[in-house]
Design a protein around this ligand. Structure first.
Ligand SMILES: [Zn+2]
Length: 404
């Protein structure tokens, strides 16, 4: 070894010195690009990223081999709308196969720190992107000041809510959200909008909102809003499980007995949700019944928007109480299928499309050279039945096995 080369090796950080090629061998590869699955594929990973993926990959001498014969490999799930309250929750998302979460508001400081520290080849928990505090300005001037504040925190999205919570609170006025969107765009940031009503969706899209963070749920979508969405290829995040969480605990859900759900670390919350008094209150709650009806509207709108060619990014709004991070994402996939999307369409929505909608397609969303090696190993084919995503054999982030 030449002196110059020796010095350059010694200058590498210790993590890289220990890095080794890892070859995942023998699985059927569903790479997330939409190309047909490849049987007997190899995924070669170096320093956390995919070097090669497919058939006929040459495995370097000395590479660690991971035998995946009989398994299926697909990209890790990308959740376009979750909430990561504290960094510890990134382990929960990871063990259920959601390898990236776009947290749309309310993150603690350690989540910002987690985002800063995730571009490393040793990562073994989910990646996170942040929005900071959800903005609630009262005037256009306040709007501009608040946008400046979160942009200074280098948020990935600026988040606003335009909703009256079924007529119970004051809705952000149009002149205020127009100022938010204008100021965010002026500063090179994008705006994710929580909304409920078709009319607000139209007005927000007119104002230039970049992401529709929930379903339109008060009315069927019409040609006008479809045209608005398509004009700028604006993505919609259905968050169907958000609606489910508002009424499902009127009784004890069957999935509380699912062994996969029972892996969830948040057992204390489960204990509260089986309380009969609480369940009775939810049964008679008019709010719960209205959101139950809204889920049906949202499901029909998902199908209509998808058929019209509007990009749909999988998202759940998990993170608040009774919305179980990780497990709800798996249920969201099933609800999207139930709404009429094919397994391939649901899979794309939860991987490639979500990554693209959130501006992360350079690094995430498919298993292709150059991207982070974030993927799931399944015991069954997700393209046959999207519920097969539940059959997780292992989860890998940056090519590292996630503890579960
Ligand atoms: Zn949310």
């Amino acid at each position: 070894m030449s002196r110059a080369l020796l010095l350059s090796v010694l200058a590498l950080p210790p993590l890289l010195l220990g890095a080794q090629d890892r070859a995942f061998i023998g699985a059927t590869l569903v790479d997330g690009t939409g190309r047909p699955p490849v049987a007997g594929a190899t995924v070669l990973v170096r320093n956390g990223r995919v070097v090669a993926a497919g058939a006929g990959v040459t495995i370097p001498a000395g590479a660690e081999r991971v035998d995946l014969a009989g398994k299926f490999v697909m990209p890790g799930l990308v959740n376009a709308h979750g909430h990561v309250n504290t960094a510890r929750e990134l382990r929960t998302y990871a063990m259920y196969g959601t390898t990236t979460v776009f947290s749309l508001g309310g993150e603690a400081a350690d989540v910002f720190e987690a985002r800063r520290a995730q571009e490393i080849p040793t990562l073994d928990r989910s990646r996170v992107f942040v929005s900071g505090p959800v903005l609630a300005p009262n005037t256009p001037d306040e709007a501009r000041t608040q946008v400046a504040g979160v942009v200074a925190q280098r948020v990935d999205f600026v988040k606003i809510r335009v909703d009256d919570n079924l007529g119970t609170v004051k809705k952000m006025p149009p002149e205020v959200y127009r100022a938010v969107i204008d100021e965010a765009h002026r500063r090179g940031s994008r705006v994710a909008a929580h909304l409920f009503y078709l009319g607000d969706a139209k007005s927000l899209l007119d104002a230039g909102a970049d992401l529709v963070a929930h379903s339109i749920r008060d009315a069927e979508v019409d040609d006008a809003v479809i045209a608005q969405l398509k004009a700028r290829n604006t993505c919609v995040v259905p968050t169907l499980m958000r609606e489910v969480s508002t009424f499902v605990y009127e009784s004890t859900p069957a999935w509380f007995d699912d062994p996969l759900f029972r892996m969830h670390p948040d057992r204390a919350q489960v204990a509260g949700l089986v309380d009969p008094t609480r369940q009775q209150a939810m049964r008679v709650s008019p709010v719960a019944q209205r959101y139950k009806a809204a889920l049906e509207v949202a499901s029909r709108n998902l199908k209509r928007l998808h058929d019209a060619g509007v990009p749909i990014a999988m998202g759940t709004d998990t993170g608040p109480a009774a919305r179980f991070q990780g497990y709800f994402e798996l249920m969201e996939l099933e609800l999207m299928a139930k709404a009429g999307l094919s397994p391939a369409d649901v899979l794309a929505s939860a991987t490639r499309t979500a990554a693209r909608c959130m501006g992360a397609e350079r690094d995430l969303g498919t298993i292709e050279p150059g991207k982070w090696a974030d993927f799931l190993v399944l015991d069954a084919n997700p393209l046959t039945d999207i519920s097969n995503v539940r059959k997780i054999s292992s989860v890998w982030i940056a090519g590292n096995r996630v503890p579960r």
